[in-house]
Design a protein around this ligand. Structure first.
Ligand code: PRX
Length: 659
């Protein structure tokens, strides 16, 4: 590092607050600080501002219907189509030749779809789906990597009123089957494979294997050919080739179906406290209005921008901020297929430079990796097109924030640290980049109209500086409506903790811990349930545990998250071998890892699998997970006197250190 750089870094290290640069404020979409008061005074009608970003086929009568809380309804009586809002209306307004999607494959090939071309392709695939028998309200599963056909399939489903359920391509065959079974989904669109670090990965075999475990009849399967000759595959009987079907329907015209604002747009499965993933239901009106509004207000997206969110569409971030929000605003959204370090560690910066990206949105895990690789990689590129940076998915430590600010933003771009969840549909707590001062490490105040608080166990707001739990005390348009086919679990997971049912006062509990400062800024401390966050990906420890205890020879297991300097958290498995298996630990470890790969996928791969003859337990026999977390993170161990078997704690800690 040069002397100049070192002194700059030292200066930044001391700085606790950053104001948005004047040049940004001058052009920002939202700049009036009065917006907070305006939304509060005019709640819930303030949300018309979000609804007005959309084109409605039928105007809504009521902004918020709360008669059956917490089964809230937004923009009731309104009708619209999400695909029309993301495509046709921009074409009608003259933007047919503007780029909608700019896609880059890992090997360097590129594809651009203008709004006109994207609409054509979406119509052709919508016609295909109809011909295959997909009807309104049928759930179509999309098990696809980052290829343009994924957003095309999503929008084609939306066009004909068939909700989609996207399953992340990195998930295993079993995970696909679990989700198709849960959603009773009879249609699957998948892909032959994709590239990772230059290798062609076979995806179709996983999809085919998953189909074998689907309990109901699967009507139709469509396969996108991404790899061409790099992977020869023969389609199974009855499976269709995407390109052939789309070619047959080229030029088709498919009218967008008017959907009720409350009709399901999609299902997205996410991890919870039990072993079974939850099917989060999002609706057409509220979700689309909310993602469009937050893309406008927080990401400052403008139609003439080139905007890039580097998430995978298989997660909610990609749904809301690669596909629906940006396309609803008519901007150009970038998609990249591969990893950030292929062929070299400057790949993302090369994409920013060549596409002249204006707004870039990524995860803290990625930023920590960039930091580790060094600033020579971004330094090779002209990143001056960037105007705004964002992060999402996990807490960002001030050091990583400052590195991002300095080396990617050149100290000229505000950073929005956006806190939200699969269930919230869109951003909830973050600064507005044209208004608020930024404090690295703290997400910021709740967005206008969002009544997020930090409360103690009794629901009383904590004093500044104290830690508590995030609660959300008012509904918002992007909220999940229910868990698919499981209203009971919807109530028990999110509402029971803090609501007063008799008084009809409903408080949403996101299961995150947080601290508040004297300016009302929220610092997120992490999950307080059995969910862990590995590289910004949400995993249920119970799902991993149930895979591990399925291994013959493993009697009991506890899975916890331990701190990790790049991934944020990593998976640690503590297991007890059954009698007679004690000398087979190496085999058991391998089998445990394989079981995790089979039931979830490589993202859940454990950092360490450790065998012990006992797990630390309370006198009532409950595993003390907190202690195991401390052991995994190398923290000082707390009080062990309430344990039935305190001696085992030191034994395990020694093993962790020596492993
Ligand atoms: O713990 C919070 C963390 O990610 C969880 C939600 O995960 P998921 O539903 O997969 O959605 C991730 C993308 C929105 C939250 O409960 N989280 C998300 N954003 C932040 C965060 N933690 C700290 N800071 C954030 N900005």
């Amino acid at each position: 590092m040069s002397q100049e750089e070192a002194s700059l870094e030292a200066r930044l290290e001391e700085q606790a607050e950053f104001d948005p640069p004047e040049s940004f404020v001058e052009q920002a979409n939202v700049t009036d600080p009065g917006i907070y008061e305006e939304f509060e005074e005019n709640w819930p009608d303030c949300w018309e501002r979000a609804a007005n970003l959309l084109s409605w086929d039928e105007a809504y009568d009521t902004v918020l219907e709360d008669d059956d809380a917490p089964f809230y309804e937004w923009f009731t009586g309104g009708e619209l189509n999400a695909s029309y809002n993301c495509l046709d209306r921009h074409v009608e307004e003259g933007a047919k030749n503007r780029a909608a999607i700019k896609w880059e494959g890992e090997l360097g090939e590129t594809r651009t779809y203008t709004y006109g071309e994207l609409l054509n392709e979406v119509e052709a695939f919508a016609a295909t789906l109809r011909e295959l028998g997909v009807e309104e309200d049928d759930i179509v599963t999309l098990y696809m990597p980052m290829v343009p056909e994924l957003p095309i399939a999503m929008l084609a489903c939306a066009r004909i009123g068939a909700p989609h359920s996207v399953v992340f391509a990195g998930f295993s065959a079993d995970a696909l089957a679990t989700r198709m079974n849960s959603a009773d989904s009879e249609y699957l669109v998948t892909c032959d494979g994709y590239y990772r670090r230059g290798d062609a990965l076979d995806h179709l075999s996983k999809a085919t294997e998953g189909l074998e475990s689907v309990e109901h009849e699967v009507e139709e399967v469509v396969v996108v050919d991404r790899l061409g000759e790099a992977l020869e595959h023969s389609l199974a009987d009855g499976h269709h080739d995407y390109d052939e079907l789309v070619a047959e329907h080229e030029g088709a015209s498919v009218d967008p179906v008017s959907r009720d604002a409350e009709d399901m747009l999609f299902l997205m499965y996410t991890s919870g406290t039990t072993g079974k993933p939850k099917g989060v239901k999002h609706t057409t009106g509220g979700y689309l209005a909310y993602t469009a509004w937050t893309s406008h207000a927080v990401l400052d997206v403008k139609p003439e921008d080139t905007y890039w969110c580097s998430a995978d569409i298989g997660w909610i971030t990609g749904h809301s901020y690669i596909v629906y929000g940006p396309l609803a605003l008519g901007t150009t959204t970038v998609m990249y297929e591969g990893t950030p370090d292929y062929p070299e560690k400057d790949r993302l910066w090369e994409i920013v430079e060549t596409n002249r990206v204006d707004v870039f949105y990524t995860a803290p895990t990625a930023i920590r990796a960039f930091m580790k690789w060094g600033s020579q990689y971004p330094d090779r590129h002209d990143l001056s097109s960037l105007r705004l940076l964002g992060t999402v998915g996990e807490p960002i430590n001030p050091r990583a924030w400052k590195w991002y600010y300095q080396h990617i933003g050149g100290e000229e771009c505000p950073i929005v640290d956006t806190w939200w969840q699969t269930e919230t549909g869109g951003m909830m707590i973050t600064t507005l980049p044209g208004i608020n001062t930024m404090k690295p490490g703290s997400a910021g105040p709740p967005l206008p109209g969002i009544d997020a608080r930090v409360a103690d166990v009794n629901g009383e707001e904590v004093d500044p500086g104290e830690a508590g739990y995030v609660t959300i005390n008012n509904p918002w348009p992007g909220m999940l409506r229910t868990l698919y086919n499981n209203d009971e679990r919807f109530i028990s997971e999110y509402w029971e903790e803090y609501s007063d049912e008799e008084a009809d006062e409903w408080v949403y509990f996101p299961e995150d811990g947080a601290k508040l400062d004297e300016d009302g800024y929220v610092t997120i401390l992490g999950r307080v349930d059995d969910v862990i966050n590995v590289s910004g990906h949400r995993l249920g420890t119970m799902e991993i545990e149930s895979a591990v205890v399925g291994v013959e020879g493993i009697a009991e297991a506890a899975v916890v998250g331990g701190e990790h300097d790049v991934k944020g958290e990593a998976v640690y498995v503590y297991a007890i071998p059954e009698d007679g298996y004690e000398d087979q630990e190496a085999e058991l470890e391998e089998q445990a890892e394989q079981a995790i790969l089979d039931s979830i996928g490589p993202i859940a791969k454990p950092e360490q699998v450790l065998f012990t003859h006992e797990l630390p337990k309370t006198r009532s026999g409950k595993i003390m997970r907190r202690l195991l977390e401390d052991i995994a993170s190398g923290n000082e161990l707390g009080n062990t006197s309430t344990l039935r078997n305190p001696e085992v704690v030191d034994e395990i800690a020694e093993q962790v250190e020596s492993d």
